[in-house]
Design a protein around this ligand. Structure first.
Ligand code: ADP
Ligand code: MG
Length: 699
């Protein structure tokens, strides 16, 4: 069988060869011709128009002129060329490659010259313009098209793969590959969405004939990518909602009522609504896969407890997984309080649970004696066996690795457990639509009554002594304070130095007696961490100096001040998370952002936005817009579960929306994509490119 051009190794592409091929593979991850043409330009240089020399404006944009060589003058160390079109003259200057250029630019010959014009000694001048012969056919020539600018690296440039060479390689690749390229979208989809065909789109993304065609090409390719992504996600949901492999949990049960009736408060409207939805899920006969979003302090834990009690009421076990030891223990303490009026047995299992403890917990789990277990990753170890796990609640899920989660599902025989994922990091809409596209979504968008707004202030180092005084006053009132240092990468030495130095400064300003300062960070052993954390939670320490380990969930109602050092180094969502650690009690609370000496305008704007806004969802959208999805808190550690080639979750929200609703339409008519007209869709999905390596494993 003859190999298709698309599958041919890049080294066989004219102009590449083995050496450049291995560089291209290493630097850009491109090893076949088919992969090369999917390396899209990140911007284009407009060469679709030729500017008459008389109209060239010096120092404005790059321009292309079409002109005849008038004279060539060789000077010491440079070549001076004068060219002319019908309107005026201009000079070209070259410092390198003089011999070669001199040979090419013979007087009388016509070329296009592309470069940045400037004014020198009163004459229009261009230094080292790109020179191209004037030709009239399509791709590969430089006149009449816009050319793409591709990602590059120093090594590629050194190996001679310049922007111009890239354009040539791309032209060669397209010439070979385009005729083989098969349309991935059925004709009716192209038509209904007014999309350009794949070959035309490919040609125009690399060598657009004009701006309008480029726009259409981009739209087509982005739509395709997002459409398949959504199709793949929504298909999962369709299959799940049509299958009847969900554990039936029709009862409410005595323990639910015992807990509910003993609550010292009534549930908020939002909490009630969510629990009602969850009840419906549990009675539906389908597996629940629900994402519960709610700002810090909105009462998600309460919802988790009541959901777990529903499972118990139907004779099943529930587990609640937290991302850290500290959080698991705190959850356990809270949950135990709520469960006190019930007869449900509960336990906590983490990495530091003692062997003797374990020996009691494991058999009690296996026998079904323990109804609700709280824990960390320790819960997914092979030694942990459930009698009948019916519900898994995952708190702050973005901190869990994908594989770790899927191991939980393997703990059941028969029907998969219902899943409730809770997150306090509001997720931008577009990210939620993709990363969690196959989960049903619920939001708690209402705070328990009496919660006060946290006053947020932005200060600089100059106000340090006023800050210390303010904290002393708060401590005198019996309150506590958090002081958080940035520790973006836990391994960075420098960050630890900052933290240690910060701690020393704090201890200096707040000497013992009477003040007590605790410190918590990721490099401490669990024991030390827990000891210090407990000291603060119990009120024995006035101040907790820490890294972001306290970011998620920790509840100290008596803390009224959150100081965040070098606040510009955190993401908006993360800052918002940290702020949520205070304002949980009845006292007025403060979040004080200390900014570094030299921060950019944008950083300052972000921090000011935080001072004004207390809606986590708004902040998340803004964070996404400003930083792009790759840098979002949480997603940074785990990586986005999908890699997009051309579309951007930050910028293409509208296309995503369109692609999603269209994917829904397609699936409503043909949920399994078995109709003959959807054959190419099924084939494309089968390639596995669009699988989210994530929740697809749930059922
Ligand atoms: P989250 O997990 O969403 O951050 P929690 O469930 O920890 O929030 O709730 C924060 C605090 O609010 C807890 O002290 C909890 O007891 C309390 N709380 C929860 N629901 C209500 C409610 N409906 N009314 C009053 N207080 C509530
Ligand atoms: Mg919580």
């Amino acid at each position: 069988m003859i190999k298709k051009a698309i599958d041919t190794e890049i080294q066989f592409l004219p102009g590449v060869g083995p050496k450049r091929a291995s560089l291209l593979a290493r630097e850009l991850g491109v090893s076949t011709i088919g992969e090369l043409i999917k390396l899209y330009p990140f911007r284009h240089i407009d060469r679709s128009s030729v500017t008459p020399i008389a109209e060239v404006i010096p120092d404005a944009a790059l321009v292309q002129v079409k002109a005849e060589v008038v004279s060539v003058e060789k000077l010491p160390k440079r070549l001076h060329v004068t060219v002319r079109d019908g309107t005026a003259e201009m000079d070209l200057v070259f410092f390198k490659g003089i011999g070669y250029i001199e040979d090419r630019l013979v007087p009388g010959a016509v070329f296009t010259f592309f470069g940045k014009p400037s004014l020198f000694n009163g004459r229009l001048n261009m230094v080292h313009p790109e020179i191209d012969p004037v030709q009239n056919d399509g791709a590969g020539t430089r006149e009449g098209v816009m050319t793409g600018v591709y990602p590059s690296t120093e090594k590629l440039k050194n190996a001679g793969i310049t922007g111009k060479v890239m354009n040539k390689l791309m032209a060669n690749a397209l010439r070979l590959a385009l005729p083989e390229l098969e349309e991935t979208l059925p004709g009716y989809i192209l038509q209904e969405n007014s999309l350009m065909g794949i070959r035309e789109a490919m040609r125009n993304i690399h060598f657009p004939k004009d701006g309008e065609l480029l726009k259409q090409a981009r739209y087509r390719l982005k739509f395709e990518e997002l459409f398949f992504l959504e199709l793949s996600l929504i298909k999962q949901k369709f299959i799940r909602s049509r299958s009847d492999n969900g554990i039936l949990m029709p009862k409410v049960g005595e323990d639910f009522n015992l807990c509910y009736n003993a609550l010292p408060f009534s549930l908020t409207g939002a909490q009630k609504r969510v629990i009602k939805r969850i009840r419906e899920d549990l009675m539906s006969g389908h597996q629940m896969n629900r994402l519960l979003q709610g700002d810090v302090g909105s009462g998600k834990t309460m919802v988790a407890v009541l959901t777990a009690l529903l499972a118990v009421g139907n004779g099943y076990q529930a587990c609640i997984m937290a991302p850290t030891e500290v959080l698991a223990r705190q959850h356990f303490a809270n949950i135990s309080k709520y469960l006190a009026p019930t007869k449900v047995k509960t336990a906590v299992l983490t990495g530091s649970t003692k062997a003797s403890e374990r020996k009691k917990i494991l058999p009690a789990l296996a026998s079904g004696e323990i109804g609700i277990i709280v824990g960390t990753h320790a819960l997914i170890e092979d030694t942990v066996v459930f009698k009948n796990l019916g519900l898994a609640i995952i708190d702050e899920q973005h901190r869990f690795g994908v594989d770790q989660r899927s191991r939980l599902w393997s703990k059941t025989t028969g029907k998969p457990p219902h899943v409730l994922v809770m997150t306090a990091t509001p997720i931008p809409r577009t990210l939620a639509m993709t990363v969690y596209g196959d989960l049903d979504e619920s939001k708690i968008d209402e705070m328990p009554p009496g919660r006060k707004k946290v006053e947020t202030l932005l200060i600089s180092e100059r106000q340090r002594s006023a800050l210390w005084k303010f904290i002393r006053d708060q401590i005198a009132l019996g309150r506590q304070a958090f002081i958080v240092y940035p520790l973006i990468f836990e391994s960075e030495k420098l960050d630890y130095q900052n933290l240690e130095q910060g701690y020393e400064k704090v201890v200096e300003a707040f000497p013992f007696p009477p003040y007590k300062v605790a410190i918590v960070h990721g490099q401490q052993t669990n024991e030390v961490k827990t000891f210090n954390m407990d000291a603060f939670v119990a009120g024995r320490a006035n101040i907790l100096v820490s890294t972001t380990v306290i970011e998620v969930g920790v509840d100290v109602p008596n803390a009224s001040v959150m100081v965040i050092e070098s606040a510009e180094r955190f993401g908006l969502s993360q800052l918002h998370q940290l702020r949520g650690r205070v304002g949980r009690g009845s006292d007025k609370s403060y979040c004080i952002l200390v900014k570094g000496e030299k921060i950019s305008k944008e950083s300052k704007a972000r921090l000011e936005l935080l001072c004004r806004t207390d809606n986590g969802f708004d902040l998340a959208e803004e964070d996404m817009r400003m930083r792009g999805p790759g840098d979002l808190d949480g997603t940074q550690q785990s990586g986005l579960p999908i890699e997009l080639g051309i579309a951007s979750l930050a910028k293409d929200g509208d296309i995503l929306e369109a692609a999603k609703s269209y994917a829904n339409l397609v699936l409503e008519k043909d949920p399994t994509l078995d109709q003959p007209w959807n054959k190419s869709l099924k084939a494309e999905l089968a390639k596995g490119k669009y699988n989210i390596k994530d929740y697809s494993k749930i059922s």
